[in-house]
Design a protein around this ligand. Structure first.
Ligand code: C5P
Length: 403
């Protein structure tokens, strides 16, 4: 939802400015480009250099700076943005926005812009509840300024109450919803999709487990791409450090057995994409106690895990109309993928080479082959999000014909 969106981020003077680096990182992770404007107050908490380094764009501060104006005029700054986000928004900035004061670059840009504006207020509880701020808030709302938060809790000033800037994840979710609404309904509206992602952890005892190198990047990117096309997506994921994709329902699991159960609960759906690297075996005969180090190393007895893809691909009532599996192979990639498609009864297999040196597991790019009943398509090396978008586009084509 935030891919290629241009966000003009105004950072005003509040302690919550310390959350801004995380906000910028997470916006960029989602493909947004961020340009920052810093107020004088904001520069007491964070430097233009930090903002420029994290955003990859110059951070602007001074209305009358010859250098900044020659780099990018302040009017162009707001013309080029898709949205203006003020985070943190202080009582002072809100008051200036309300009456139209333009005495620095941030407030001048806000006055000169016709772009949507979202503010994330952050201030002391007395300042927030003061009638002046509350009246300003109401005026801004009537002008369709969207307001996120503030939340309640400990404030930097030592008091407790309303005034904490909204969490970064809430700000991201509000931005995503904004762009979802403005994009209208996607071509997969009304379609339900279940996506599995990440590795599974199979416990050996309460403190140790067996796993694999899957990062969850590809599966999460597919969930994001399907949601962006308007599908109603449930992502069933093993442990990963990937952020939850916006606009999806996320079910976190650890083991293959839990993943199987969660998929069963998330289905029925028209589309099932099994991108998880499910462990083939779990450890049999666990006692629930930590295995003690002894003279002899313990021998692990393994038991086969349920095959989620094969189970839900079985022909019969309730089978998703389209089931997509993945094949991670180190040799005979295409032949093995074709055999897998037949043996697991799925409709498509996305085959990728995970041999040493391919860096597919934790890397950001992937080289895949799409194996269907019609043959094999080899796609060029692309980022995992581009692969996900291409798979999602193919699913849209399929849905247009078959759903
Ligand atoms: O058999 P293999 O693990 O190579 O198959 C890969 C495909 O099967 C992937 O789509 C994976 O998500 C799925 N799979 C599964 N349940 C398992 C093993 C694999 O859904 N237990």
């Amino acid at each position: 939802m935030l891919e290629n969106k241009k966000i003009l981020l105004i950072v005003a003077g509040g302690i919550a400015a310390v959350k801004v680096p995380d906000l910028i990182r997470r916006l960029r992770e989602r493909g947004a480009s961020v340009t920052c404007i810093l107020t004088n107050g904001g520069s007491q908490f964070i430097t233009p250099l930090t903002l420029a380094s994290l955003s990859g764009n110059m951070a602007y501060q001074d209305l009358f700076s010859l250098t900044e104006e020659s780099e990018m005029g302040h009017i162009r700054l707001c013309r080029e943005a898709d949205i203006i986000l003020v985070a943190p928004a202080t009582a002072d900035v809100m008051a200036k926005m309300t009456v139209g004061i333009a005495d620095d670059l941030a407030t001048t840009v806000l006055l000169a812009s016709d772009k949507p504006v979202i503010i994330a207020p952050s201030m002391n509880v007395m300042m927030w509840t003061h009638p002046a701020t509350q009246t300003n808030l109401q005026t801004l709302k009537t002008r369709e300024v969207q307001v996120i938060g503030p939340g309640t809790g400990d404030l930097a000033c030592g008091e407790i109450g309303d005034g904490r800037m909204a969490e970064v994840s809430d700000i991201i979710a509000t931005l995503s919803r904004h762009f979802q609404k403005s994009r209208g309904d996607g071509p997969l509206k009304g379609c339900r999709a279940v996506v599995t992602s990440g590795p599974t952890h199979e416990p050996i005892d309460p403190v140790r487990y067996i796993t694999n190198r899957s990062s969850g990047k590809q599966g999460h990117a597919i969930a994001t791409a399907l949601a962006n096309f308007g599908a109603s997506v449930t992502l069933v994921t093993g442990p990963t450090s990937e952020p939850n994709p916006d606009g999806t329902k996320v079910v976190n699991v650890q083991t293959a057995a839990q993943m199987m159960k969660a998929c069963g609960e998330a289905l029925p759906a028209e589309i099932l994409v099994c991108a998880a690297a499910v462990a083939d075996w779990s450890v049999a005969g666990q006692t629930g106690q930590k295995i003690k180090k002894g003279v002899k190393a313990p021998a692990l007895k393994l038991a086969e895990n349920p095959d989620i893809l094969a189970t839900f691909s079985k022909p019969g009532p309730g089978r998703p109309t389209l089931v997509v599996g993945f094949a991670a192979e180190t040799e005979n990639l295409i032949t093995n993928a074709q055999l897998k498609r037949a043996s697991k009864n799925c409709d498509w297999i996305v085959a990728n080479d995970v041999s040493v040196g391919s860096s597919v597991f934790s890397g950001d790019s992937n080289t895949v082959h799409l194996v269907t009943a019609d043959g094999v398509e080899s796609w060029p090396t692309m980022s995992k999000s581009a692969v996900a978008e291409r798979i999602a586009e193919r699913i849209v084509k399929f849905a247009n014909k078959n759903l």
